[in-house]
Write a protein that binds this ligand. Sequence first.
Ligand SMILES: NC(=O)c1ccc[n+]([C@@H]2O[C@H](COP(=O)([O-])OP(=O)(O)OC[C@H]3O[C@@H](n4cnc5c(N)ncnc54)[C@H](OP(=O)(O)O)[C@@H]3O)[C@@H](O)[C@H]2O)c1
Ligand SMILES: *[C@@H]1O[C@H](CO)[C@@H](O)[C@H](O)[C@H]1NC(C)=O
Ligand SMILES: *[C@@H]1O[C@H](CO)[C@@H](O)[C@H](O)[C@H]1NC(C)=O
Length: 315
Amino acid sequence: MFPELICFIIFFMLSFVINQKRLHKSFDSQIRIPNKVVIVTGANTGIGFETAKELARRGGRVILACRNLTKAHEAATKIKLATGHNVVVKHLDLASFRSILAFAKDIIKTEGRVHILINNAGTGVLDNSLTEDNLPIEAQVNHFGPFLLTMLLLPVMKNAPETARIINVTSILHVFGTVENLDKQGKNFLERRRVYANTKLANILFTKKLAEEVFSTNDNIMVNCCHPGAVYTDMFRDQPRIVKWMLKLMFLTPKQGAQTSIFLAVQELMPGLHTSGRYYTNCREDQPFAAAMDRGNAQRLWDLSFKVCFADRRW
Ligand SMILES: NC(=O)c1ccc[n+]([C@@H]2O[C@H](COP(=O)([O-])OP(=O)(O)OC[C@H]3O[C@@H](n4cnc5c(N)ncnc54)[C@H](OP(=O)(O)O)[C@@H]3O)[C@@H](O)[C@H]2O)c1
Ligand SMILES: *[C@@H]1O[C@H](CO)[C@@H](O)[C@H](O)[C@H]1NC(C)=O
Ligand SMILES: *[C@@H]1O[C@H](CO)[C@@H](O)[C@H](O)[C@H]1NC(C)=O
């Protein structure tokens, strides 16, 4: 029974990833976004890099928010060469609340408004270590950090006269997630393996919750999330050579993976609750798994995130 089950799962996953290449859609509209202020976190590589490059090509004032300035400046040079547009580089380490606070203050002072925020940075490190803020690193980089960043930037997003947009890059792996104890270290092998999925579930729950909260006071902000597909990026940098080679063959390229983020950033969508708080993949709306639709989960996570990012700290 057991080997058959594993074979079945492997077969299912293989056909899923192979199929996605066939079904992949590119976003080919020519809409431009001149002078819109765009922040892309984790923009030095992978999906974030391709997203930033394309938004710069469309005329946006793009800010690469990265933890490693060397890599970020290299990325900025590549974007300049490819598009002819300059982009701005700023330091942001999502594993540190201090860094997030400094970044947000800087943006509020120097830009004054933000039209598009793409919470793209993410990590799949499995070392279960704690950050300087005493949180498990994956939970902070993938959820609590972007949560704090989004909350701090909300006031300047409301300043924009046009509709502002928040886009969270989540993952289909949210199907394995739970949001209980997101601020606690995994106690055993399985719990540790699950943290990534937990944070990606949190991304969707938050998207829905924030869309509602924001909409009740301001209908000019759209909050959505997307699953980029299975994409071959630096995320797999530590895998053995043979695994990397296979993944490269089967998975989407970062450019393909960036299409839905770009779509959500530039596509003209009528503002309203029917276009906000949604989950998109392959440039269209899709239904996330049940845990991501649960209002109880969303409320508990909202309360926990406020406690972790605000109540427990003095800024
Ligand atoms: N690849 C996939 O198949 C896939 C599938 C579903 C969802 N996603 C999601 O897509 C997003 C982008 O991932 P990717 O595949 O493009 O991975 P990637 O190539 O590894 O890029 C991740 C980015 O996040 C940055 N980052 C990591 N820790 C950070 C921190 N503490 N502070 C600031 N930035 C940090 C990385 O910076 P460094 O270069 O300095 O490490 C890098 O720029 C992630 O949210 C991921 O969960 C990916
Ligand atoms: C930043 O990236 C560069 C180039 O890849 C690397 O040599 C350096 O060690 C990194 N710095 C930090 C602080 O991680
Ligand atoms: C996602 O969006 C919500 C707002 O919808 C925000 O509070 C949260 O921190 C964002 N980031 C991630 C990566 O979940």
